[in-house]
Design a binder for this molecule. Structure first.
Ligand code: SF4
Length: 432
């Protein structure tokens, strides 16, 4: 392989996509430990949702305009195998669509999962009557009983004014009350929780408490407890508003009313003051991110896979083409992933700020971690620059060894960062 020369850099940026591909395909000798274990698996079974919230960060709706709106049954089986092979500690079956629209898939995950903690996030719009509510609660209970591993299951209902008032098809307070009432009347074997957005002008929690004749007790700024007449308690936790998907429409009216993402995540910094969410179990709504030697992986309803906050948009894997080990091998081919998993999001924010601080400001405005990484790296020239700088940083830190077939990269460890930046900026400015 020819040594990489300074003049080659401008050629690189003339075809940034090709150059990035070449860099990612290089057989780099990483001196870092690869982790072949899961931490927290997230799965979005469908992108469709009848509630059609006006703030939905996924732009979920009831019209199936998505090219591939849901995982099919083969993909659900593959997802189950993928998650079980990963040895993840927690599985969140969440919105990004309404998981109860794929009830069979949902029940199959609950009955067959090896994961010890499972959470289902739902709008609860299915609880339209006593019969329907009891039927659904019974089906969850039965699926859980069938699981020989006896996971802890939490059913978490999204309840705030965006869901119960502003949505195109709002969830009525009586739906929430149905779920709470029938859940509390007997032992189903799983826990119930509520979650909402932290908004000063939202009375949903009060209306729900009134409907079930319960009391709300404050735990702290993020948590309340709903105490029912029979003494049972249900945690009611609060979250920040995201301005992605349809949520962008609320950026002007609500950004001053919700907590900026970096403040929200401040308690979750690691001992080096980095924010590494790609290796953590997320219990943020209850105030914790547990750092763990495992990878947090999201499975999207189109079958794509990525490490949470540690995968560039062009490096998603797919359930159909990658089993767990193959997907990890694939993710680790990207130097950016190595940087994101060791130094976290802030290092990427700093790298991208070198080329354009405006991108960083705009990305952070979305108040959502996955969207931030995707938008930071959406421009091909910025993506290539971040890749080259990541390689440079990893070589300097001794995390990439330069061998015969990667000798060309030696140049990168020597080249002045400002020269690299200058070349990148010429192409970046042209591309805007
Ligand atoms: S209920 Fe959840 S998934 Fe459905 S539209 Fe609202 S925010 Fe999106």
């Amino acid at each position: 392989m020819e040594a990489l020369l300074l003049q080659d850099l401008s050629g690189f940026f003339e075809n940034a996509r090709q150059a990035r591909k070449w860099l990612v395909a290089l057989p780099l000798q990483y001196n870092t430990e690869r982790i072949y274990k899961g931490a927290h698996a997230y799965i979005h079974l469908t992108g469709v949702c009848k509630v059609a919230c006006e703030h939905c960060m996924y732009s979920s709706d009831y019209t199936a305009r998505l090219p591939k709106p849901s995982l099919n049954s083969l993909e659900v089986d593959l997802a189950n195998k993928y998650i079980n092979d990963s040895g993840s500690q927690k599985l969140t079956i969440s919105g990004g669509g309404e998981p109860f629209l794929k009830l069979n898939a949902l029940l199959s995950l609950i009955s067959k999962s090896f994961v010890p903690h499972i959470e289902i996030d739902t709008a609860g719009d299915w609880a339209i009557s006593a019969n329907k509510t009891v039927k659904i609660l019974s089906s969850l209970s039965k699926a859980l009983e069938e699981n020989p591993n006896k996971p802890v299951l939490v059913l978490r209902i999204s309840a705030d004014k965006f869901h119960s008032v502003i949505a195109k098809n709002p969830v009525s307070i009586s739906n929430y009350a149905n779920i709470i009432r029938y859940w509390s009347e007997q032992e189903w074997g799983f826990k119930l929780a509520l979650r909402g957005l932290l908004l000063e002008d939202d009375e949903t929690s009060i209306l729900i408490a009134r409907a079930v004749l319960g009391n709300l007790e404050k735990v702290n700024d993020w948590n309340k407890l709903l105490v029912l007449p029979n003494g049972k308690t249900i945690p009611f936790t609060f979250n920040v508003l995201r301005f992605t998907g349809k949520g962008v429409n609320y950026v002007n009216s609500y950004s001053a009313k919700t907590i900026p993402m970096l403040d929200y995540y401040r308690p979750f910094h690691d001992e080096n003051d980095n924010l590494v969410l790609g290796m953590a179990i997320n219990d943020a709504v209850d105030g914790s991110y547990y750092k763990i030697k495992g990878l947090s992986i999201t499975i999207d309803y189109d079958g794509s896979l990525f490490i949470y906050t540690a995968t560039a948009p062009d490096m998603r894997a797919n359930l159909v083409t990658h089993n767990f080990v193959q997907s990890i091998d694939h993710f680790y081919r990207d130097p950016i992933t190595h940087v994101l998993l060791s130094d976290g999001l802030y290092s990427l924010l700093r790298l991208v700020a070198e080329i354009d601080e405006g991108i960083v400001t705009k990305s952070l405005q979305q108040n959502d971690m996955t969207a931030v990484v995707a938008s930071l790296l959406s421009n091909e020239n910025v993506l290539l620059y971040a890749t080259l700088r990541s390689v440079q940083m990893l070589i300097k830190a001794g995390k990439i060894g330069v061998s015969d077939n990667t000798a060309s990269l030696k140049f990168l460890s020597d080249v002045d960062k400002n020269i690299l930046l200058g070349v990148a900026q010429v192409s970046y400015r042209k591309s805007r």
